[in-house]
Write a protein that binds this ligand. Structure first.
Ligand code: PLP
Length: 448
């Protein structure tokens, strides 16, 4: 007998966002998936309560998606997009533009959400150079923001735990607050929104001449704890960007493709971004395709004779991969034929009622939700909102308990993130919320 898979994983793998000492204590190897469940190598089944990191739409092994890849394989797996295109990349571009906010007319492909954001930042930077305003060189980014893990994306990110260590490598950007109503002094969404918008306006008044763009997650700050923006905030930011002539980069990597009950979350506030990054759900959770959308105005600023040096010199080896684009096209077709976005909007009302039941638990401080994007903030004291000491790792303990009870998700500190696949049925949602409740109850009622 050779070494077990678990031994091999412990010997050779280095996993993302993972303290490997934790992995060694609690190893897990997934072997297969079906519908919204995953199965490990020992045959234990788990609900995919985080959509395999926020991207699964129709469940695993969706027949139509499997077949789209097989069909494309019969033609070609990959050819480059440098200086040429391919059939599915071209067709997907048209399909994407049809469903995206009206002013976005161009798509630039990449392989991950972080890259889609890097591209948006570089496009914004070069746009101003290309139109003869090179003084606009810096950015405004949001506190508690997260846009991925490459250095540009980290530079406009602001989550202490993930980002501080790379401080010396980052470029500077001005930071503005996004309302975090639960943790605000007043606890009043309108007041909190107005304060943040006033702070942002001050920043723009003082610095707009040097600012190329503002980057912001759309409607929900995901990685920092599913912080849902109060009504009127994102549209308020849009207005300020327009007034002060600053491009607005909206990050829809987590929120796009139906996750919040709209195809793109900025539709909740009729916001038209200048640049928009998307990824994750674009292929239904099958293959790594991401995309940066741009307006025609931005695209036109790069379009000229070669000698004018306005070309956007950016690209990746696998950009526009045919297999990924083919499955994305089928995914979008299923969005329409299975009415996914409306279904999510409807089912999220049921999910809202289910989640309210968690309020009966003594350590559930706040429940936040937009569509199928939910965060349950655990606190030591509900009355004072006192957070647990971070080294108690309560969120992590809850996720391990959920694993034991048959559901996978990853905590965001002491926020339990719940992002079920968009095709989850009401019965499945009930079963998953019941596991969350049991796990929180069991962990938070014990002595630490
Ligand atoms: N932007 C947001 C808002 C995200 O939530 C994420 C990932 O969770 C990213 C960007 C990075 O995407 P990727 O992991 O595909 O690089």
């Amino acid at each position: 007998m050779g070494r077990s898979l678990i031994e091999k994983s412990k010997e050779h793998l280095w996993l993302p966002f993972t303290q490997m000492k934790d992995y060694d204590e609690h190893p897990l190897i997934i072997e297969s998936g079906d519908g919204i469940k995953l199965k490990d190598i020992n045959g234990k089944e788990y609900y995919d309560g985080f959509s395999s990191v926020w991207l699964n739409v129709h469940g695993h092994r969706k027949k139509e998606l499997d077949e789209a890849i097989i069909k494309q394989l019969g033609k070609i797996a990959h050819s480059t997009l440098l200086g040429m295109t391919n059939v599915p990349a071209t067709e997907l571009a048209e399909a994407l533009i049809k469903i995206s906010p009206e002013k976005l007319t161009r798509v630039f492909y990449s392989d991950s959400g972080a890259e889609a954001m890097e591209i948006a930042l570089k496009m914004a930077f070069q746009y101003w150079k290309n139109i003869g305003r090179p003084e606009k060189q810096t950015f405004i980014s949001m506190r508690n923001g997260y846009h991925g893990d490459t250095i540009g994306a980290v530079s406009v990110g602001s989550i202490e735990l993930f980002h501080d260590v790379y401080g010396p490598l980052m470029f500077d950007s001005f930071k503005a607050h996004v309302p975090y109503v639960y943790r605000s002094e007043s606890g009043d969404p309108d007041e909190c929104r107005d304060e943040c918008l006033a702070e942002l306006e001050q920043l723009l008044m003082e610095h707009h001449r040097e600012i190329a763009a503002l980057s912001i997650e759309s409607m929900v700050q995901g990685a920092s704890g599913m912080i849902v923006m109060p009504e009127g905030f994102l549209s308020g930011v849009r207005k300020l960007c327009t007034t002060y002539d600053v491009l607005m980069i909206v990050d829809e990597v987590a929120t796009g493709f139906g996750r919040t009950g709209k195809m793109f979350a900025c539709e909740h506030e009729s916001v038209q971004p200048d640049l928009m990054a998307a990824g994750k759900g674009i292929t239904g959770g099958y293959l790594p395709i991401a995309v940066t959308f741009a307006t025609e105005e931005i695209y036109s600023a790069f379009y000229d004779d070669y000698e004018k040096q306005k070309t956007f010199f950016h690209g990746h080896s696998y950009t526009g991969n045919q297999l990924g684009c083919a499955v994305a096209i089928e995914n979008l077709r299923l969005f329409e034929s299975e009415n996914i976005v409306t279904q999510v909007a409807e089912k999220s009302k049921v999910l809202y009622s289910l989640l309210q039941d968690l309020n009966t638990l003594p350590h559930v401080g706040d429940i936040r939700q937009l569509g199928f994007m939910c965060g349950i903030e655990l606190v030591q004291s509900k009355e004072t909102k006192l957070a647990y000491p971070s080294d108690w790792r309560v969120g992590y303990q809850v996720s391990l308990k959920m694993r034991e009870l048959g559901m996978l998700t990853r905590p965001l500190g002491d926020v339990v993130a719940f992002l079920p696949p968009l095709a989850s049925t009401v019965e499945e949602l009930e079963a998953m919320v019941s596991i969350i409740k049991q796990a929180i109850d069991k962990v938070t009622s014990r002595e630490f």
